[in-house]
Ligand binder design. Structure first.
Ligand code: GUN
Ligand code: FE
Length: 494
């Protein structure tokens, strides 16, 4: 089939946009284009100007079904959520403002523990209960336009296989991780030894590869040590060896919270040069590794990540909700590290990548506002204190805004939500944009035709709005009510 539409996507090799300006080089905006998709769900051709290009097309048979999306719709690549905790979805919205380590003990560990499927679940009651919960998470994530999601589950292998099965049946491209943790966690939610935990991780990975290991599978396993504090050195090393043996992806957390960082560096792994080096010395820092947060990462740590080819997942909503801090996305990018976005449910308060993109933009603005406000406040205090009119005037006129780092643009967050996520997950030849040969993973966004005409849809367009304005409105104000269709590898799933 073919889809004719207004299309926007990030260009392949851009990492950082032209600073501070919109409509910058890393976006390709096509007001009336056609994407031709073959029978395997692969993009066969992109006709950039539908009106003139259709007749010269090589890949568009005369009888092909063409869906014309028409005005008030926008086609963009499916979103990549690089970090979401499936069993935490049920307590989204609870625990706001609790710091990470307390939040884990109060909400996270008890909830995740309840997802275990006991060995004596012969009737399948527990399995059916967790399946129903996963179905909700996956359905909502897909409805929000997330065509690829990297899930962290709980420590239970059987329930992690159920999550994989749910994603597989829903048709979402999913990386699924059984969490590994054998230390510094309550007895009710901790694996009993490093060897037992490593054996469980292996059992899970091998079962996943057996079920979904075929070349065309959308579902894949990912090695998932929870984070350095809850893993013994022996477990980390065994997980590193497992990832190496099967060349698996690795996901975890990095330098998220101040107490966590100090705990790791001064108590748990005092020999480590940085938090990331704990993973590195255990064979877990690879080009297939993506680590969430990096709020407190130093230049040194960013260099370690860059040298290893690992990437960071920015979780803006979670960083603010748990009061972890503001991650410096620009610093990561300037140091050559790929940045993707994660909803980080339930630290993050929405499974929607549109909401996450918005929080990313808002938080980025907040950092700049705060820096400028502090400098401006200082000038105002000094002007206020002066009694000499001349001196007041000179102080005031000397005020210029300090060199605040440029804030992130709409183009930047679209890039992080699509190409950046694909790169992090080593899927950048497969998804993230509309390039010939890539899988057709796409979101069709819709806007009501009549201003105010559809109260159920949060945004309307003005007549003068073009493709760029649609994108801006979607990322700043849209939600899943604006998402009309979602395709994964050419199959419509929503
Ligand atoms: N660090 C270790 N576990 C978690 C988790 O579940 N969520 C977040 N945000 N950080 C973590
Ligand atoms: Fe997380």
């Amino acid at each position: 089939f073919a889809i004719r539409a207004s299309i926007v996507h990030s260009t392949r090799d851009s990492n950082v946009s032209t600073r501070g300006s919109f409509g910058c080089a890393d976006l390709e905006v096509l007001d009336d284009a056609i994407v031709v998709v073959d029978a395997h769900g692969i993009i066969a051709e992109v006709i950039k100007d539908a009106a003139s290009g259709q007749s010269s097309s090589k890949h568009m048979p005369e009888d092909i079904v063409t869906h014309n999306l028409g005005p008030s719709r926008l086609l963009l690549p499916g979103f990549v959520d690089a970090h979401a905790h499936a069993p935490q979805y049920e307590f989204v919205g609870n625990g706001f403002g609790l710091p990470l380590l307390q939040w884990l003990d109060t909400y996270t560990f008890p909830t995740e523990a309840s997802y275990a499927i006991p060995h004596d679940d012969h009737e399948g009651t527990a399995a059916a209960r967790v399946r129903a919960k996963y179905e909700r998470v996956v359905a909502h994530s897909l409805k929000c336009g997330t065509t690829t999601c990297s899930y962290l589950n709980c420590i239970d292998g059987p329930s992690s296989l159920v999550l994989a099965d749910v994603a597989h049946k829903a048709g979402q491209r999913a990386l699924v991780g059984k969490v590994s943790m054998d230390a510094n966690a309550p007895d009710f939610y901790r694996e009993t030894s490093a060897d037992a935990a490593a054996a469980d991780a292996r059992t899970f990975v091998e079962a996943m590869l057996e079920r979904y290991g075929q070349e065309n599978s959308l579902v894949m396993p990912v090695v998932t040590p929870r984070f350095a504090p809850t893993c013994s050195s022996s477990l980390l090393a065994q997980l590193g060896a497992l990832a190496d043996e099967y060349q698996l992806r690795i996901q975890s957390h990095l330098s998220e919270n101040v107490d966590e960082c100090l705990w790791v560096l001064s108590e748990l792994f005092p020999g480590a040069g940085s938090y990331a080096e704990v993973y590195e010395t255990h064979g877990l820092l690879t080009p297939r590794t993506y680590l969430a947060h990096g709020v407190f990462s130093t230049k040194h740590e960013r260099r370690v990540m860059e040298a290893a080819g690992a990437s960071v997942v920015h979780c803006a909503s979670s960083n603010a909700n748990l009061m972890s801090g503001f991650a410096d996305v620009r610093a990561w990018q300037d140091d050559g590290v790929t940045v993707s976005l994660g909803t980080d449910v339930a630290g993050g308060s929405s499974i929607s990548m549109l909401t996450t993109a918005r929080r990313t933009l808002e938080n980025s603005n907040s950092i700049s506002i705060l820096r400028r406000q502090m400098a401006a406040q200082d000038v105002i205090c000094r002007v206020e204190a002066e009694r000499d009119e001349e001196r007041r005037r000179s102080l005031a006129s000397a005020w210029t805004s300090p060199d605040a780092p440029p804030t992130l643009s709409v183009a930047d967050v679209l890039h992080m939500a699509t190409r950046g996520g694909a790169k992090a997950l080593n899927l950048d030849d497969v998804v993230g944009g509309f390039d010939v040969g890539m899988h057709f993973d796409a979101v069709c966004a819709t806007f009501p035709d009549v201003p105010g005409g559809d109260v159920l849809t949060p945004i309307c367009l003005r007549e003068s709005d073009g493709t760029t304005q649609m994108l801006e409105k979607l990322l700043l104000c849209g939600d899943e009510r604006n998402i009309e269709a979602v395709y994964v590898k050419g199959t419509r799933r929503i």
